[in-house]
Every structure is written in C-alpha cells, then in structure tokens.
Ligand binder design. Structure first.
Ligand code: ADE
Length: 244
C-alpha cells in the first residue's frame, strides 16, 4: 500500500519504525510519502497559517500551501482518496479500518492549530475521520493510530498465527484474557482449563470470557449483534457465575 502523508511535522511518523509496522515498512508492504505544506508555501516567510476570519483564538491553516501539497501527493498517488484527521470526522471503527486497508493508496491530511480552512476541505477532502471524542493538538497522532491499524490488516504483515483475521477484537466483541508462564505468580494461578491441553474446552472458555467481558464492559456492542445459540448459552453461564 502507498500512503501519502501531508504534515507540517513528518518527523512524528518515525514512531512507525518499530515492531511489526516497522518491519512492514522495511519490506515495503507499506510505503510512506511525505508532503510538508511548508515546502509548498508561496509566502516569502513560508507561512502556512493566518488569523481566523470573525476573530477568536488560534490560527487556521491556509488553503494555498495545503492545496499545493495535495496536488503533488495526487500526482504521485492519482487514485488515492484524501482523508482528513479531525475530531469533527466520523469516529473510526474496525470495519472502516478494514475497508481502508483494501485501498491500493491513501492520502492523509494532518491539520494543526485550529484546523484547516473549510474551503480546502470542501474542495479536496473525501473523508473526515476522528479517532475518538477528545481533542489532540494535531492530526498526526491520530494518523499514527490509523496507519498502524491499517498496516496490520495488510496481507503478510502479521504472522499466520496472530493474523488480523484471528484478532478476537474485530469491532464487535472484546478480547479474552491472556496468560503466560509461570503458572502461579504472587499466589495467583492461571485458569486450570488453559493448562488442561483440551483445545475444545479452551476455545469454549475463551469465547465465554470474550462474551462475558463484552457484556460487563461494553454492553452496547452486544446489543448490536445476534448471538448464536452456543454463544447465548455461554454468556448465560458467565452471567450466572457472576451472580453466584
Ligand atoms: N485531530 C485532533 N484531534 C483529533 C481526533 N480526536 N481524531 C482525529 N484527528 C484529530
């Protein structure tokens, strides 16, 4: 996948150079292209922002430098949709991440200050995307989250055993609890079923924990889906055990 990144602070994206995402970049499963609006500013001081019309605090990113950066990004990635990271966007969910991971190329626009001139959004942006209902000081950290989430969905990025299709959180339920050696730590043993060697019982226990935790912590996720007969039984068992 080819990704164009429009940002005043491209250095921030070096946070992607680690772990599985760093390896995907090294292996060119994902290729990042940077376009800094400051390099495209026609202002003699390379300004990229100005005061807001109507007054008020902060500065607004101007159309000209960003539009020139987007034009250049589109010349490099002609079919890529332009995605603007903003708290005003639709809140990101795993199904959108999966959809975006199927695109051959994407262009991300990262705002700073109070945001970008609305006319630039109207002219150039295809999708506005938020990572949650809180305000960051720029789009870059949200963009890191989104690039990480997309990259781990790309074929061959994760090993087979922990491939993204096996993620127990795929957007509709939470993950089950995980344990590793030693079997007893600070007097706390691992659940006996996990050392039983009975793979069917382990799978059943994990499914029950995943459903139970979702019911406890994110009940709204469960009300959006229909459970199979077996899943309903497991969840009822979990609820009964909680009430004992
Ligand atoms: N820019 C600032 N805050 C943001 C958020 N929550 N999501 C996406 N982009 C942002």
């Amino acid at each position: 996948m080819q990704i164009g990144i429009i940002s005043l602070f491209p250095e921030i994206f070096s946070a992607l150079d680690y772990g599985v995402i760093g390896r995907a970049i090294d292996e060119q499963k994902v290729v990042l292209h940077y376009f800094n609006p400051r390099d495209y500013s026609t202002d003699k001081h390379q300004r990229v922002d100005d005061r807001p019309y109507g007054g008020g605090a902060g500065m607004v990113m101007q159309v000209q430098p960003i539009q020139a950066a987007i034009t250049c990004a589109k010349a490099c990635l002609p079919t890529a949709p332009v995605i603007y990271l903003t708290p005003q966007g639709r809140v990101l969910q795993q199904d959108t991440v999966q959809l975006l991971s199927k695109q051959p190329s994407l262009i991300f626009l990262n705002g700073r200050y109070e945001g970008v001139d609305e006319r630039l959004i109207a002219a150039e942006v295809d999708v506005e995307c938020s990572i949650g209902d809180y305000v960051l000081s720029g789009g870059e950290f949200a963009n890191l989250v989104l690039i990480d989430a997309i990259t781990r969905c790309l074929p061959g990025v994760l090993g087979h055993a922990d491939s993204a299709v096996n993620d127990s959180f795929t957007g509709d339920r939470l993950d089950y609890p995980h344990y590793t050696r030693p079997a007893i730590i600070n007097g706390m043993p691992v659940p006996a079923v996990l050392t039983s060697g009975d793979h069917q019982a382990i799978a059943r226990w994990r499914l029950k924990q995943a459903l139970g935790r979702t019911w406890q912590r994110r009940p709204e996720l469960l009300s959006k889906q229909s459970l199979s007969f077996e899943e309903r039984l497991l969840l009822d068992e979990f609820i009964d055990e909680c009430e004992e």
